[in-house]
Design a protein around this ligand. Structure first.
Ligand code: UDP
Length: 481
């Protein structure tokens, strides 16, 4: 019987890891790889409800392993940390035994030939070793974000972080220049990562990040949702440490292209806690080309009431139509659109659409959208680049600072808001990005069109991401070497 590569994929169980891993699973499957996508039991049913189209495809199966979390821990405000620790404690053995048993059941399923994991589940590298198959890591951030995360260890050892006290957050210390990270141009300390801002003397989150990134060196290969033209210097530097780096992004483009080619369907289903508002697309249809600002802060960010109001009044001041994704929980105190001031809604009636959650990739591709106010999450950034939409950036967590730095200073497709939001600056930046007639504004919109073309070329047949995916599929057999 002809042997077939069988990739078992296991992401950290949150939507930011599950969704890109699911996209990668679909891409591998489209290139003939047999795929088993492993969820935690807790997410299994929820994910299958939204991944219906993938279910029942030949050579694409779902399995589940327990996450070991108690119901009490699941409700704790610390649940992500508890989940991380619980997975490390209890998930390796079930994962290894699942990998061993597949292919051994006499049901035509080929033996597992490799593991593909996301970040934060490095314990699965031991499981792969146990089973005797190679493991690959899909690290979901930019290459610049990954390199900066690797260097958190040196920053800690050199005493840059943790901060001595809270005054260091505002006394200019975060502006300290950092010019020794290979592949990264000189940046402010505060832009390397949000984790340098920690005041925790034990540096728990910081150590988890640095350990997880550094443990990728144990994998057979590192997969990144970026493309060669976008981060060439960073990738060159990274390859001195990681000989096998596969750049297969933007994943959104690869999926879009594939679904058009094959079945005309949308992009991969994913795990979302919120339902997409279909009415916002009809609203966009009625707007003039490139006239609308889209605003979203992803799935995790939480704004204070003051920040929300400053933003809202900035948008009101910009005089542009806008579509704002205000998910429940975006505002502190587990609030959402109910926290928007009445006067703001009255002042912007007719030119604003508030949705809980949008089909963001589709929104960004819509001809009416001319700008994106974003938290610079990596998925959002790549989706915007792919759509040729310039950005107003307001980063707040993890790699968002370095993504924003690259978006504005390296790729020239964005303007950054100060950390302390001011409505005047929000209005001015939105106006400049969308309608500015200065050289800088024109250049930004021109750059956005150039990056869109480069992203499309990278993922088209013969492009760097397309070829890199092909190489990855070949290398999934590395265990046979
Ligand atoms: N997203 C969406 N609808 C929304 C807001 C966000 O589909 O209304 C998606 C967006 O397309 C992206 C993801 O949520 O793929 C957010 O990922 P990102 O890395 O930008 O931010 P995170 O949620 O990890 O902070």
């Amino acid at each position: 019987m002809e042997r077939r590569a069988h990739a078992m994929l296991f992401p950290f169980p949150c939507s930011g890891h599950i969704n890109p891993t699911l996209k990668l699973a679909e891409l591998l499957h489209s290139r003939g790889v047999y795929v088993t996508f492993v969820n935690t039991e807790h997410n299994h049913e929820r994910l299958l409800r939204t991944a219906g189209a993938l279910r029942g495809r030949e050579g694409f199966r779902f399995e589940a392993v327990p996450d070991g979390l108690s119901e009490e821990d699941r409700r704790s405000p610390d649940r992500t940390v508890k989940l991380y620790l619980s997975l490390r404690r209890s998930c390796g053995a079930p994962l290894a035994s699942l990998a061993r048993s597949l292919g051994d059941r006499g049901d035509g399923v080929p033996p597992v030939t490799c593991l593909v994991i996301s970040g934060l589940v490095s314990f699965a590298l031991d499981a792969a070793e146990d089973v005797g198959v190679p493991a690959f890591v899909l690290w979901g951030t930019s290459a610049c974000g990954f390199v900066c995360t690797l260097r958190l260890r040196q920053l800690r050892q050199l005493g840059y972080t943790p901060l001595k006290d809270e005054s260091y957050l505002t006394n200019g210390y975060l502006d300290t220049p950092i010019d020794w990270i290979a592949g990264i141009p000189p940046v402010r300390l505060g832009d390397v990562s949000s984790f340098v801002r920690t005041l925790d003397p034990q540096c728990f989150a910081l150590r988890v990040e640095e350990d997880e990134a550094n443990s990728c060196a144990r994998a057979s290969g590192l997969i990144l949702n970026t493309f060669e033209d976008l981060e060439p210097d960073v990738l060159d530097a990274l390859r001195l440490e990681f000989p096998r780096v596969y750049t297969i992004g933007p994943l959104a483009a690869a999926m879009h292209g594939r679904s058009q080619e094959h079945d005309g369907n949308g992009s991969a289903a994913g795990l979302s806690l919120w339902e997409e508002d279909a009415k916002c697309m009809a609203w966009l249809d009625a707007q003039a080309p490139a006239s609308v600002l889209y605003i979203s802060f992803g799935s995790l960010a939480v704004l204070s009431l003051e920040q929300l109001e400053e933003l809202a009044w900035g948008l009101a001041g910009s005089n542009r139509p806008f579509l704002w994704a205000v998910r429940p929980g975006l505002v502190a105190g587990d609030r959402g659109a109910d926290a928007l001031p009445e006067e703001f809604l009255a002042a912007t009636r007719g030119r604003c659409f508030i949705a809980e959650w949008c089909a963001q990739e589709e929104v960004l591709r819509h001809r009416a959208v001319g700008g994106f106010l974003t938290h610079s999450g990596w998925n959002s950034t790549t989706e915007s680049i792919l759509s040729g939409v310039p950005m107003v950036c307001w980063p707040g967590f993890a790699d968002q600072y370095i993504n924003s730095r690259f978006t504005c200073a390296e790729w020239g497709v964005g303007l950054r808001l100060d950390e302390a939001l001011r409505r005047e600056q929000v209005a001015a930046h939105v106006e400049e990005v969308m309608g500015g007639v200065t050289d800088r504004a024109r250049e930004m919109r021109r750059n956005a069109a150039v990056w869109k073309a480069k992203a499309e070329a990278a993922t088209a047949p013969g492009g760097s991401s397309y070829e890199s995916l092909g190489k990855l599929v070949e290398d999934l057999w590395l265990g046979d070497d």
